[in-house]
Ligand binder design. Sequence first.
Ligand code: AMP
Length: 129
Amino acid sequence: MSGIFSKIIAGEIPCYKVHEDENCFAFLDINPNAVGHTLCVTKKEVDKIFDLSEEDYSQLMQFSRKVALAMGKAIPCKRVGMSVIGLEVPHVHVHLIPLQAMEDATFQKKVSLSPEEFQATAAKIQACL
Ligand code: AMP
């Protein structure tokens, strides 16, 4: 049975899509630490990031870098941070988080956005890709 991120990739569950290539998919985190918080997910449903093959790992990092560079242009922030957690969803994903302060990286402080704000944020990042 496929997990929630595979269902998002397949279009069976809605998301605020940011980008996609042959191997990876990016969409906005639904419970963001900061505006623009994006998840970059492997299309292959593997649980732990360091179980990826070197090739799949490199592809995910290259994809995440491309998305992060666009985020840095689109979202006002000091820098874009990267975290890998995976305690909630066992499907490899990189958190890309626009940072103004250390607390934006702690997953303790959350922001709430309307559907329109999510949509506009995804569009802004897409425009910088
Ligand atoms: P973790 O597995 O600990 O890295 O956390 C999983 C992340 O996925 C959390 O930040 C959630 O807010 C996010 N998340 C879970 N379900 C969805 C969803 N349907 N759409 C977007 N983000 C999600």
